[in-house]
Design a protein around this ligand. Structure first.
Ligand code: NAD
Length: 377
């Protein structure tokens, strides 16, 4: 019988055109004439740092549409520990040099890039060239030009690309979007969004090294402030003005410590955002004509908490990473929408670049032309 790869199989069942003649009688046949077997895609995590260790790998034990199938690490001891802990065979363990051999591994469908920001572009493009779908952590890249190169590489390789925006799959966040879209409290007049934490760790960490991070708070928590300003208004901003503040220059030698920015949106809506590596703050407030919506926290891992002028919001608390990775796997398997496509990461990087430019120009207003990007969420 002709061998069918997992990718071909997934694509085939996703389109609902599987005939019994091509299905193996041992592995795949299970009353599939009408209802395809639930299929899980194999995922490889690239970079086994804190986010992979404490959030993604545990979440992958609970996902319904994908599972941890491989690892990519520069540290042999980690490969050994993870291999034992998660039952990952040596054939599914890679390092940064032999990573491209992943192309020959049919068990791995998705590569999840969880490396310092300066490495996102390289590993996204290498994964695409290996024929793998890609999730790339936020911020998508160091700049807009890198985002363009990553989007093109995935288009050329005909693989799907998503940014690790876990909140796009999170129920409180999606309720904010719904209330705003439905104008439940009338037009949004003002949005305020803060995403920040106090950094006191190793002064040599990559987040404080501009070559590896591309920037400070704005390139880290700042993307959440930008995103929630957008889903809190249901619009892309049309201008931004920004300011930077430094109170610990001895620690934040190369990267921004605190940034504030003001947005204008179409119509009568304006907004303010703050991000910092020197403040603890995590909230969103949407002020509308006849009421308000608030999340506090708004971008923590979990649990989020929300209220409106009509009362509290209540949703089941689930791992955001689980929901996010399942959403992307379903996008591949079932052609559901890609809730955080590469274009969204690029849109946010355009805003990041405009904020840095405004700061450089003493707070000068920067006009943004995001209307034709088709991404407003
Ligand atoms: P981390 O420092 O804990 O891990 C980074 C990993 O990259 C480590 O395994 C390290 O060994 C490896 N690495 C390879 N080359 C390196 C180099 N030259 N310098 C430093 N490390 C190198 O970082 P993290 O917190 O896991 O963050 C990784 C990525 O995930 C970042 O892009 C970050 O923004 C993103 N992230 C996203 C979320 C989220 O909520 N979506 C949360 C945390 C981190």
């Amino acid at each position: 019988m002709k061998k069918i790869s997992r990718r071909q199989f997934a694509t085939t069942i996703g389109k609902g055109i599987v005939g019994t003649s091509i299905l193996g009688s041992t592995t795949l046949a299970c009353g599939m004439e009408n209802k395809p077997e639930k299929k899980k895609l194999g995922m490889a995590l690239v970079g086994l740092g804190s986010y992979s260790t404490y959030q993604l790998a545990p979440a992958l034990q609970d996902t319904s549409y994908c599972y941890l199938a491989g690892i990519v690490t520069g540290t042999p001891e980690k490969a050994k520990d993870w291999g034992a802990k998660y039952n990952i065979p040596k054939t599914h363990q890679y390092n940064y040099e032999n990573f491209d051999n992943i192309a020959d591994n049919p068990d791995i469908d998705i590569v999840y890039v969880v490396l310092p920001n300066s490495m996102h572009k390289e590993f996204t493009i290498r994964a695409a060239k290996a024929g793998k779908h890609v999730i790339c952590e936020k911020p998508m890249a160091m700049n807009v030009a890198e985002c363009d190169a990553m989007i093109s590489a995935c288009e050329n390789a005909k693989v799907k690309l998503s940014v690790g925006y876990r909140l796009q799959s999170e129920p409180f966040t999606n309720e904010v979007k719904r209330l705003v879209k439905n104008k439940t409290y009338g037009d949004v007049l003002f949005v305020s969004s803060d995403a920040a934490y106090i950094s006191k760790g190793d002064p040599n960490q990559w987040r404080l090294d501009k070559k590896l991070s591309g920037g400070g708070a704005l390139m880290n928590m700042g993307v959440y402030s930008i995103q929630s300003s957008i889903y809190g208004t249901g619009s892309n901003p049309i201008s931004v003005s920004a300011q930077e503040f430094s109170t610990r220059p001895e620690y934040f030698k190369e990267t921004d410590e605190t940034i504030t920015a003001q947005f204008e949106f179409p119509g009568n809506t304006v907004g303010h955002m703050m991000t910092s590596h020197n403040v603890n703050a995590n909230r969103l407030r949407v002020s509308c004509e006849s009421g308000w919506i608030a999340l506090d926290p708004a971008s923590a891992y979990a649990p989020l908490s929300g209220k409106t002028s009509s009362g509290p919001l209540n949703f089941k608390q689930e791992s955001q990473q689980k929901l996010q990775m399942d959403d992307f796997a379903k996008h591949i398997l079932q052609e559901t929408p890609n809730v955080a496509p590469g274009e969204m990461g690029k849109r946010d990087m355009i805003i990041v670049e405009a904020i840095y430019k405004s700061i450089k120009e003493g707070g000068k207003k920067q006009l943004l032309d995001l209307g034709n990007m088709g991404i407003v969420r």
